[in-house]
Design a protein around this ligand. Structure first.
Ligand code: NAP
Length: 278
């Protein structure tokens, strides 16, 4: 292998479904950068050994996906403030010999909202987030940073309350039974559960009480238009799908590894859309 070729990877298990190589290989080709972005499948038992020797395996850094994000959080030499707040690491790079970790999902979430719904007005607005897992943590963090008030509603109410406690003021935790009271005041509704994804049951919440001009966002992007988004669109709400977040979060790592901040273009989005529709 030519040592001038910088190599990054995405580590997960399973990993063959990942669309990250498509995104990074597109940018590498567009920008004429001699680089590679590869899939690395490591089961939990062999992840730590591989991850802590990333440079020995020839990588300048990479992305981490399910189920290794929390392990990566524990294993890096340094975490930035975003990783600390989110409690998971999905992007790593080297500073000297030290592996540094961050989480690009909060940036991806908010950059996508800004791009698709300019002027959606975060400061002082009220958001209802469905879910209390990793994706909900990222979305909540990003929204709080922008000055929004966040209500988390989750099937397991204890998880929503614990996450709200982690973030402090401006975040409250609820069960789904609180939705009829929360939705009339919501400027933004975000699905951060895995419901609505291909192979999972649809998200069955009543949208009738939702504030008329609320923006509805789904982090699930397979299918591109989830049943939630389809219902919201039919009711006249502006909708934001999850593919944009995936695209917008990817540039953070690309810049760390290859030195250029790439652009999320319509052509790139069309490439991913075609792959998802296949
Ligand atoms: P996670 O940590 O496993 O959390 C899953 C969440 O879904 C939990 O809140 C869980 O509730 C809820 N849930 C699962 N099954 C449910 C059911 N049958 N009924 C009600 N609630 C249910 O997963 P995650 O990492 O947050 O990811 C969530 C989704 O976001 C996934 O579909 C993922 O692909 C997507 N995502 C997209 C992007 C993007 O770039 N667009 C980025 C990150 C994640 P309980 O706590 O009650 O179990």
């Amino acid at each position: 292998m030519n040592s001038a070729v910088r190599r990054a990877c995405v580590m997960g298990h399973p990993i063959s479904h990942s669309r990250s190589p498509m995104i990074h290989e597109y940018w590498l080709a567009q920008l004429g950068i001699a680089g590679r972005y590869e899939l690395v499948d490591r089961a939990p038992g062999s992840f730590a050994d591989f991850f802590t020797r990333l440079a020995e395996h020839g990588y300048v850094g990479g992305n981490i996906t399910v189920p290794h994000k929390e392990a990566a959080f524990r294993l890096v030499a340094r975490r930035d403030a975003i990783a600390e707040a989110v409690g998971a690491v999905n992007t790593v790079w080297y500073e000297g010999a030290r592996l540094v970790g961050s989480n690009s999902d909060p940036h991806g979430f908010i950059a996508n909202l800004d791009a698709v719904a300019p002027g959606w007005g975060a400061a002082g607005s009220r958001a209802v987030i469905l879910g209390a897992g990793g994706a909900a943590r990222s979305a909540a963090y990003a929204l709080i940073e922008r000055g929004a008030d966040v209500a988390l509603a989750n099937r397991t109410i204890e998880r929503a309350r614990a996450l709200a406690g982690h973030f402090g003021t401006h975040v409250s935790g609820h069960g789904f039974d609180a939705l009829p009271a929360l939705l009339p005041n919501a400027d933004l509704l975000v699905n951060c559960t895995s419901l609505g994804m291909v192979g999972k049951p649809p998200l069955e919440i009543d949208l009738a009480p939702l504030k008329e001009n609320a923006l509805v966002c789904d982090l699930v992007y397979v299918p591109l238009e989830t049943p939630l988004l389809a219902r919201a669109r039919a009711r006249g709400h502006r909708i934001v799908d999850g593919l944009g977040m995936l695209l917008h979060q990817a540039g953070f790592g690309f810049e760390k590894w290859f030195g250029v901040m790439p652009k999320v273009t319509q052509e790139l989005r069309a490439l991913l859309e075609a792959d998802i529709r296949k």
